[in-house]
Design a protein around this ligand. Structure first.
Ligand SMILES: Cc1cc2nc3c(=O)[nH]c(=O)nc-3n(C[C@H](O)[C@H](O)[C@H](O)COP(=O)(O)OP(=O)(O)OC[C@H]3O[C@@H](n4cnc5c(N)ncnc54)[C@H](O)[C@@H]3O)c2cc1C
Length: 811
């Protein structure tokens, strides 16, 4: 066994094998995979191994396309072909018009990734899958490349190729401990000797937390038992004379694919079961859980009704095995938060189909620091300290029960809530706040007209439209108050903090005490990594000079990793997270100055406290840090208060606001207003796939600065010119917003992709942001949006159509 390797991948299921192979593809051959038993002896060997192209966003569709192309190539390897039933086709069924709307959106979104889904009616479903009945069926989504693969052959094919490129694979080699050296490299201790390495990868399937514990990490991953059975031959299949397409059914929660001349049917029963919560038998290897068909009886009935031919089919065998889940159903692929040189590819619940793509994106991240797609949707850092195995198991049950029922826009499922609250949560609930969840925080979306108000789940505008409009109009005409909890904030101190910040941001960041600035952090390739507000808080009895770094609610672990890893060894910089210690109250609207003046003795005049100022003061008797910044486009103040005095500050502001007609507003109103003002949202419009010039952030870049992270590559990109440009669009439609991922079309070709969309209530326009080909970015350019299958005219307009002179903020 080698004594040293650049990377040690732990685990030889599809996740580990794909990662190993792709590391060699990225040019790293000094890589090793260690497996405690045989390759595929965890979950992989008994997988139903369906390989779909369907995904909820473009990154997922793109990585699945990579899997499909790779698997096809492996299957066609003349020396070592493998069994891959490629392109049998698959149908996701629907029995409501709302589900069909969703499928139309997913088809529009996938087209931008070069994938052609088709939305078909019930009759066409039956034509393509003769075994099904059309009772209670509206139609479905056709995935032409759906298929299934032999998991054992797939993993061996990947490792064979990896070995050929120089990688080594050690089976029957359990990892028993992990130690990290002072320089951040690792010692991997196995039953057959130790391997020193630069980087480790946890790819341990359901044993993820046995290996996580070896490095002091508890990954938010839980396992569920999952069953399928295989039938004897079914005469109708033989008679059909062609392979049956795959089925996935959100009506009765099962999937089905052809196996030999019979069917394989898998179940997502409501009466489902977690697995391995209290430890896993070390001898559970190539093993299954006991069969329990009783548990799936309800689902079985649905499958029988849809495919009557099943009634007469004998069951050949039953498989019941553990399958891993995370908090949101997507896996954790990327850097392990807070750990140096440690990555993971875990929580895969559809790992056979996705594994090829996940290993590809992970290898890119390990070798280059970033992947070709924005990988936030699978980034392990998207969950922060509130997540744990207990919470994950509750979300896993909920997710399992809804396996094929995609989330609708603004759908917030109830399991494991509330996780993070403030002293205002019950206050807002009593005022009929309707809550969304942002990184575990319960945040008010809007205030309901009645306790039992329940908007319908839809891709169209829903019953909240007028409610949000009213909240916006009071912010525009009077003043509103909004609680923004979970906002990420770090305090940066130390004698080198300013030069440190200068090096991280691509533009000029104000150093003046009492001033606030907005800036952008780029990755090494000059692409947009993060957006942050920097406030220079002068020294006071509350502390020394402090730089206050504020960024998006879910960015805490992501940004902390990025900042910490860029502190040079000789730099005096300290970063402390205040994310869970403070909450923000926003007072916004033309009467905001009157409200804040009524509960604080400071001079709040425009001259004494102009836009982009920060000061420490008291709101009532609560110590607060107040900034004059605005996301809404109105005169506004952000009041940051310690959580212990949040309620007191809220009472002071509420009392002061009464006289000025102040009402509460929620995050849906904020979203509408930020779109109107042209402010962008992290991980919607701000993505690592685009540089700041493409994103329209030119005024935040200073290429004359001495140096900043990403400068060299950004200069090259600047000379080359943009590949895409972010634009603001007005959509000629008043029944549905544009949804992220939807395709902009011209002459049948995709020429752009929506990043976010919402109605602008003050400008009375259906607004969206999108990346388009640069020649389509001029205001006045017209194109077509595939909006839920309808071809809708749209026009490029000036970014931020509301108050473009900023007169309302600067007042
Ligand atoms: C019944 C069922 C049907 C499924 N059907 C599908 C499907 O149709 N399509 C699909 O895409 N997905 C499907 N899945 C899910 C898919 O099979 C999994 O997502 C995938 O196999 C997970 O692969 P993995 O590599 O993450 O984990 P595993 O296959 O479990 O591999 C982890 C490996 O790590 C090794 N390991 C653990 N601890 C150590 C240690 N200390 N030292 C060294 N090695 C260690 C284990 O021995 C194991 O080999 C199904 C799952 C089940 C249960």
């Amino acid at each position: 066994m080698k004594k040293h390797a650049r990377v040690v991948v732990i685990g030889g299921g599809i996740a580990g094998c794909s990662t190993l192979y792709h590391l060699t593809q990225e040019g790293w051959s000094d890589v090793v995979l260690v497996e405690r038993n045989d390759l595929t002896s965890g979950t992989t060997w008994h997988s139903a191994a369906q390989v779909t192209n369907f995904g909820m966003n473009q990154t997922m569709v793109g990585l699945k396309t990579h899997s499909i192309n790779l698997y096809k190539e492996l299957a066609n390897d003349p020396a070592h072909p493998i069994n891959y039933n490629h392109a049998d086709g698959g149908i996701r069924l629907a029995n409501t018009e709302q589900q069909m709307q969703g499928y139309r959106h997913f088809a529009s979104m996938a087209r931008g990734m070069g994938v052609d889904f088709e939305v078909i009616d019930a009759k066409e479903c039956k034509r393509r899958h003769p075994l099904i009945s059309t009772d209670n069926l509206t139609g479905g989504l056709w995935d032409p490349l759906d298929g299934d693969i032999d998991p054992y052959q797939l993993c061996h094919s990947l490792t064979r190729r990896a070995r050929k490129a120089g990688a080594e694979v050690y089976t029957d080699t359990p990892v028993t401990a992990l130690e990290q050296y002072k320089d951040g490299t690792w010692k991997v201790i196995t039953e057959h000797g130790d391997i020193d390495c630069d980087i480790i990868v946890n790819a341990c399937g359901y044993r993820v937390n046995e290996v996580g514990a070896m490095m002091g990490v508890l990954h938010p991953v839980a396992s569920m038992e999952h069953q399928y059975f295989l039938t004897e031959d079914i005469p109708e299949i033989v008679e059909a004379g062609h392979r049956m397409p795959l089925l996935r059914c959100p009506i009765s929660d099962y999937y089905c694919r052809q196996d030999k001349n019979g069917l394989l049917i898998g179940f997502y029963e409501q009466n489902c079961k977690t697995w391995g919560m209290d430890g896993i038998d070390p001898n559970f290897v190539n093993a299954l859980c006991p069969d329990d068909l009783e548990r799936v009886a309800d689902v079985l009935d649905g499958a029988f009704e849809r495919m009557p031919a099943l009634m007469n089919a004998g069951i050949r065998s039953i498989i019941n095995g553990p399958i891993t889940y995370t908090i949101d159903g997507a896996p954790l692929v990327g850097k392990i938060p807070g750990k140096e040189n440690a990555f993971c590819i875990i929580g895969l619940r559809a790992g056979l189909g996705e594994g090829g793509g996940h290993g590809w994106l992970l290898a890119q991240q390990i070798v280059h620091g970033e992947a070709c797609y924005d990988t936030w949707c699978i980034d392990p850092r998207r969950f922060t300290s509130h997540t744990n195995v207990e919470m994950t198991s509750l979300k896993a049950i909920e997710d399992y029960q809804n396996e094929f029922r995609f989330h609708f826009p603004h759908e917030h499922r109830p399991a494991a809530r509330p996780a993070k609250t403030t002293s205002l949560t019950p206050v807002m609930a009593a005022k009929k706040g309707s809550f969304t969840v942002v990184n575990g925080w319960e945040r008010v979306e809007y205030f309901k007209p009645s306790e039992d108000f329940q908007p319908s789940l839809s891709f169209h505008f829903d019953e909240t439209f007028d409610i949000v409009a009213r909240e916006v109009s009071n912010v525009r005409d009077n003043v509103g108050l909004c609680e923004v909890n979970g906002f990420n904030r770090f305090e940066i101190t130390g004698s080198d903090s300013q030069s440190f910040i200068d090096r991280l941001f691509c533009g000029n960041i104000t150093h003046k005490p009492g001033r606030v600035g907005l800036g952008y952090l780029l990755n090494d390739f000059g692409m947009v990594k993060s957006e942050a507000t920097i406030a220079n808080i002068p020294a006071s009895d509350r502390g020394p000079n402090r730089m206050w770094y504020g960024s998006a609610a879910a960015s805490e672990f992501h940004d902390m990793d990025w900042l910490s890893q860029h502190i040079n060894p000789d730099e005096n910089v300290k970063i402390k997270s205040l994310t869970n210690d403070q909450t923000t109250l926003i007072v916004a609207g033309p009467k905001a100055r009157e409200v804040i003046s009524a509960c604080s003795r400071e001079d709040w005049s425009k001259e004494a406290f102009p836009w982009l100022s920060v000061r420490e003061c008291f709101i009532g008797f609560s110590a607060a840090t107040v900034m004059s910044v605005s996301f809404s486009g109105e005169l506004a103040y952000e009041v940051h208060v310690p959580n212990s005095s949040l309620y007191a500050a809220y009472l002071s502001l509420s009392k002061a606001g009464k006289e000025y007609g102040m009402t509460l507003f929620g995050s849906r109103a904020v979203e509408s207003m930020r779109m109107e003002k042209g402010f962008l949202a992290w991980k919607s419009d701000l993505l690592t796939e685009f540089d700041p010039f493409e994103t329209g952030l030119d005024r935040f870049v200073n290429l004359n600065k001495d140096n900043f992270i990403g400068k060299a590559d950004l200069e090259k990109r600047f000379k080359h010119g943009p590949n895409q440009k972010l634009v603001c669009l007005s959509i000629d439609c008043n029944h549905a917003p544009a949804h992220a991922g939807a395709s902009l079309m011209e002459d049948g070709k995709v020429i752009g992709t929506i990043t976010s969309g919402e109605w602008g209530h003050r400008v009375n326009l259906n607004l969206a942001y999108a990346f388009v080909n640069p020649d389509k970015s001029k205001p006045g350019t017209k194109m077509i949006l595939d909006l839920l299958g309808e071809m809708i005219p749209v026009e490029v307009i000036l970014q931020g159509p509301y108050d473009s002179s900023y007169s309302r903020i600067l007042t």
